[in-house]
Design a protein around this ligand. Structure first.
Ligand SMILES: [Zn+2]
Length: 276
């Protein structure tokens, strides 16, 4: 699934390659998939996208906002799979969940893997969508300061028991993070996925904050994770430290074997010596 660095990469590439193009036709999927969330009928989508011009895309959390001017906005969210640009004359994928063709003969297709939103809004209405409305600061925003992060943890401690992995991946507490990037964040911070946030020392909170910023920055600089694909169907340049390839291999810090557990709806990869 795409996480914040992948959505930021896709937004940048759309702005390099697709922004300014005019839509000749828009089609919702030819491959039925009950976990793709549409908010338009096929007919509406075709009628409302034709003749629109792609504006400057931006990412926020796990959401990608693409203006279709005048007056509309295409929203991708919580999805993975492929969002691809196709130069004029290039053969399109056989299956897609959304397809835009442009007047110059190029195209954009989207095919999600597990689930995902592909919704068309009147510009501004997307701000009212569940999960977009009221989104907390993401790690690339100025509001995501160390003080903000400490206050977020302090707020959570009063009401509930939550682990470090839960803080990083549940309830959009830190929008844009997901299970993949969380593994490297926890490794860099030296924290076990099950470590209760109520027990974090000030130094551990700081280490976690620094690890979030460092990991997100590294993944953005690399153009997304190596296990996802960019707009040009190229794998990202950020190689994960902690993933299924690391299991049983020596920890880069202490040399001990990396372990895998299932926890909170996904696999965790960690060093039992370095992550406490
Ligand atoms: Zn280690």
């Amino acid at each position: 699934m795409f996480e914040l660095p992948e959505f930021i990469t896709l937004a940048r590439q759309i702005n390099e390659t697709v922004a300014g193009k005019t839509i000749r036709g828009g089609v919702l999927g030819n491959s039925p998939h009950k976990f793709v969330w549409y908010n338009r009928t096929h007919e509406e989508f075709a009628r409302l996208t034709a003749g629109k011009t792609v504006g400057d895309a931006r990412a926020q959390g796990k959401w990608l906002f693409i203006p279709l001017d005048p007056g509309y906005l295409l929203l991708f969210g919580e999805c993975g799979g492929r969002l691809l640009y196709h130069a004029p004359g290039v053969k399109l994928p056989a299956k897609y969940h959304l397809w835009l063709t442009f007047t110059d003969g190029s195209a954009l297709t989207a095919l999600t893997q597990m689930w995902g939103a592909m919704e068309l809004y009147q510009a501004g209405q997307e701000r009212e969508r569940q999960y977009v409305k009221g989104m907390r600061p993401t790690p690339v925003e100025p509001a995501f300061t160390c003080d903000y992060f400490a206050a977020l943890i302090a707020d959570l401690q009063t009401g509930e028991k939550r682990s470090v992995k839960g803080l990083l991946t549940q309830d959009q507490l830190i929008p844009g993070l997901g299970n993949a990037i969380a593994q490297d964040i926890m490794f860099r911070a030296g924290l076990h996925p099950r470590h209760p946030i109520g027990d974090l020392s000030t130094a551990q909170q700081r280490a976690l904050y620094d690890a979030i910023l460092a990991t997100v920055a590294a993944a953005i600089a690399g153009g997304g994770r190596h296990d996802e694909f960019d707009l040009y169907n190229r794998p990202g340049g950020y190689a994960r430290l902690m993933d299924n390839r690391a299991v049983g291999k020596p920890c880069p810090i202490c040399g001990g074997a990396i372990e895998k557990i299932q926890y909170l709806g996904g696999a965790c990869y960690f060093c039992p010596r370095c992550q406490v």
